[in-house]
Design a binder for this molecule. Structure first.
Ligand code: CDP
Length: 246
C-alpha cells in the first residue's frame, strides 16, 4: 500500500472523541464505550501527565516550553495491557497525583508541547475504531471524528465524584480543596490560547449531572449508532448523486 492509500484508509477508521473538564467521567465512559464496540482507547491526558512527570525527573521546569517540548517528543512510553509505562517502569499511579494533574495542565498550555504529542495521538487511530478522551480530541486531534461528545457536569458534582473516588482508594481527601484545584485547572484549560477546552457544537454536550455511568454509556452508544446511520445514508445519497443533481 502506498502512504497516500494507507492514510486514506486510516482516515476512514471511525473515531469517537470525548472531551470535557476534569472529573467529568470521560475516562471511565470512553473505556466502556471502547470495550462495548471492540475499539481501541486513547487516554490523551496520560500523555500530558507523562510529559510533566518525565520533565520533572529530567530537572526541566514545567514552564520551560522548549525544554518540555523536547521531553514530549522523546517520551519512551508504552501502554502494554492497559498499563502506563515510562522506559519500562509502571508509572500509572505516579502520574495521577494532584501535583501531576496541575503540572500536566501547565505543560499542556505550551503550543510546542501540544505539537510534539500530536502525531503520537493520531497513531492510535487503527481499525476497527478508536475512542479517545481529552480536551481537544474533537477540535484539534481528530476534527473529522464521526462522533464528538462534550461530557460535563457542574464543578460541585465533579468534585464530589473525585472525592468519593479517592476515599474508595483509601486516600486522604478534602472536598473543599478538590473543588478549588478542579476550578484552577478548569480555568487554565479553558483560558489557554492553544486548543482550549470548549464545548464545540451544542448537540455535542452531554450533561451527566443526573445520570449514572451506565446511562451515559448508553447515550454515547446511541449517538454513535445514529452517526453511523447518518454517515451511511450520506454515502448512499452520494452514490446516487446524479439523480439528486438532475
Ligand atoms: O482525568 P482528568 O480529566 O483530571 O485529567 P486528564 O484528562 O488526565 O488531563 C490532565 C491535564 O492534561 C488536563 O488538565 C489538561 O491540561 C491536559 N490535557 C490537555 O490539554 N489535552 C488533552 N487532550 C488531554 C489533557
Amino acid at each position: 500500500m502506498t502512504a497516500g492509500v494507507h492514510d486514506a484508509a486510516l482516515a476512514r477508521v471511525p473515531v469517537i472523541a470525548i472531551d470535557g473538564p476534569t472529573a467529568s467521567g470521560k475516562g471511565t465512559i470512553a473505556q466502556r464505550v471502547a470495550a462495548a464496540l471492540g475499539f481501541h482507547y486513547l487516554d490523551s491526558g496520560a500523555l500530558y501527565r507523562l510529559t510533566a512527570f518525565a520533565a520533572l525527573r529530567a530537572g526541566v521546569a514545567a514552564d520551560d516550553a522548549p525544554g518540555v517540548a523536547v521531553v514530549a517528543g522523546a517520551l519512551p512510553v508504552a501502554f502494554p495491557e492497559g498499563r502506563i509505562e515510562l522506559a519500562g517502569e509502571d508509572v500509572g499511579d505516579a502520574i495521577r497525583t494532584e501535583a501531576m494533574s496541575q503540572a500536566a495542565s501547565v505543560v499542556a498550555a505550551h503550543p510546542a508541547v501540544r505539537s510534539a504529542l500530536l502525531e503520537r495521538q493520531r497513531a492510535f487511530r487503527q481499525p476497527p475504531g478508536l475512542v479517545s478522551d481529552g480536551r481537544d480530541m474533537g477540535s484539534v486531534v481528530f476534527p473529522d471524528a464521526l462522533l464528538k461528545v462534550f461530557l460535563t457536569a457542574t464543578a460541585e458534582t465533579r468534585a464530589e465524584r473525585r472525592y468519593k473516588q479517592l476515599m474508595e482508594k483509601g486516600l486522604a481527601a478534602n472536598l473543599a480543596s478538590i473543588l478549588h484545584d478542579l476550578r484552577t485547572r478548569d480555568a487554565r484549560d479553558s483560558g489557554r490560547a492553544v486548543a482550549p477546552l470548549q464545548a464545540g457544537a451544542p448537540e455535542a454536550v452531554l450533561d451527566s449531572d443526573d445520570l449514572t455511568i451506565e446511562e451515559v454509556v448508553a447515550i454515547v452508544l446511541e449517538r454513535y449508532r445514529i452517526a453511523v446511520r447518518v454517515q451511511a445514508s450520506g454515502r448512499s445519497a452520494g452514490a446516487g448523486g446524479s439523480t439528486l443533481q438532475d
